[in-house]
Design a protein. Structure first.
Ligand SMILES: Nc1ncnc2c1ncn2[C@@H]1O[C@H](COP(=O)(O)OP(=O)(O)OP(=O)(O)O)[C@@H](O)[C@H]1O
Length: 298
C-alpha cells in the first residue's frame, strides 16, 4: 500500500501541497486530478523522494521510498527526458538495467513492448528522429519495462492522438490486472472517470474530492435534470430549488439544489401537458469539482 500521511510541501512562503493524506492499496489504478498548478507533480516528486516533504510521511509497503527502491518503482515524468541521440532499444535497455534488470531479459521485454506499441521498426533509430507521440510511447516503455510494483505516470495521455491514447489505456489496465499499483495524473476528467475506481481531485494543493468514484457520485446526488416537452419550459426557471437552466435544441437542462426538487419539477410538468423526456442525470466529476472547490475546473 502507498500511504501519504498529512504531507505538506512549501516552496518558500508558497504551499504547493497542503496536508495531503492518501491510502492507495496495491493493485489499484488511482487517478489524481487537478488543473495546472494543483500540486500533482509536486506530490509525485515527494512520493519518489526527488523532493523532500516539509511535513508528513510517505511509505510504500511500510518502507520509505529512496534510491534503493529503484527496481520497484516506475516513473513517467511530466517533463519527458530521453537521450535524443541514443537509439531507442539501446536506451530502453540501458534504463532497465539501471533499475536492476538483467540485460537479456531487458532486451526481450523491450522487443515485446515495441511490438505491442506498433513501433518495432524504430528500435535502431535515434530518439530525436521519432515524432513527439512516438517518443512518449518510448518513454512509457522505459517506465514499465523493468516490471515495477508501483508505477507513477504524470500526464501519460497528454500529446497523444486518440488511437495512441487507447493503446496506452489498454496497457495501463493490463498492468493493473497483472498486479501493478498505478497512480496517474491527468487534467482530463473523462480519463479518470473511465479508468479509476478511486481518485483524488486536487485544488490549490488540497484534496477537494477524494474516495471511490461511485460513492462520491452517490453522495453528491443527481442534480441535473433534462426535460423535453411540447410546450414552453420557461416557467421551470421560477421553481424553488432550480439553480440554473440552459435551453438546448432538444429541451432544457436544469441544475437543481437537491434530488427531491426533481419531484416538484415533475409534478409541475405533468400539469402543463405532454412530457416527451424527463431524465435525472448522474453528476459529472466536473459538477462535483465546481461545487466542492467553489471554482471552475479550468
Ligand atoms: N521547485 C519549485 N519552486 C517553486 N514553486 C514550485 C516548484 N515546483 C512547483 N512549484 C509550484 O507549486 C505549484 C504546484 O505545481 P505542480 O507542478 O505540482 O502542479 P501540477 O498539478 O502538477 O500542475 P501541472 O498540471 O501544470 O503540471 C505551482 O504553483 C508551482 O508553480
Amino acid at each position: 500500500m502507498l500511504v501519504l500521511e498529512r504531507v505538506t510541501k512549501r516552496f518558500n512562503e508558497f504551499t504547493a501541497v497542503d496536508n495531503l493524506s492518501l491510502q492507495i492499496p496495491e493493485r489499484e489504478l488511482f487517478g489524481f486530478l487537478g488543473a495546472n498548478g494543483a500540486g500533482k507533480t509536486t506530490t509525485f516528486r515527494m512520493i519518489l523522494g526527488i523532493l523532500q516533504a516539509n511535513e508528513g510521511m510517505i511509505h510504500w509497503n511500510g518502507q520509505p521510498i529512496n534510491y534503493k527502491s529503484s527496481p520497484l518503482i516506475g516513473y513517467l515524468p511530466e517533463e519527458r527526458g530521453l537521450y535524443p541521440k541514443m537509439k531507442v532499444k539501446e536506451q530502453i535497455v540501458y534504463l532497465a538495467r539501471l533499475r536492476g534488470m538483467d540485460k537479456k531479459e531487458a532486451a526481450i521485454e523491450t522487443d515485446r513492448w515495441l511490438e505491442r506499441f506498433h513501433v518495432p521498426d524504430y528500435a535502431g533509430k535515434k530518439v530525436e528522429e521519432l515524432s513527439k507521440g512516438n517518443q512518449q510511447k518510448i518513454q512509457f516503455i522505459s517506465s514499465v519495462v523493468h516490471k515495477p510494483q508501483l508505477l507513477i505516470l504524470d500526464e501519460p495521455f497528454s500529446g497523444l492522438d486518440p488511437v495512441n491514447v487507447e493503446l496506452l489505456k489498454e496497457a495501463v489496465v493490463d498492468l493493473k490486472e497483472s498486479g501493478t499499483t498505478i497512480v496517474f495524473s491527468s487534467h482530463r476528467m473523462e480519463h479518470v472517470e473511465e479508468l479509476c475506481e478511486n481518485l483524488c481531485m486536487m485544488h490549490k494543493g488540497r484534496p477537494v474530492v477524494h474516495g471511490r468514484l461511485r460513492d462520491i457520485k452517490r453522495s453528491f446526488g443527481r442534480k441535473n435534470v433534462f426535460v423535453q416537452a411540447d410546450f414552453d419550459l420557461g416557467f421551470l426557471e421560477e421553481i424553488r430549488g432550480v439553480l440554473r437552466t440552459k435551453r438546448t435544441a432538444e429541451g432544457m437542462l436544469l441544475q437543481i439544489d437537491k434530488e427531491e426538487t426533481s419531484q416538484t419539477i415533475f409534478s409541475a410538468l405533468q400539469e402543463k401537458g405532454f412530457v416527451t423526456k424527463f431524465e435525472l442525470e448522474e453528476p459529472s466529476l466536473n459538477d462535483i469539482f465546481i461545487e466542492k472547490a467553489g471554482a471552475s475546473y479550468d
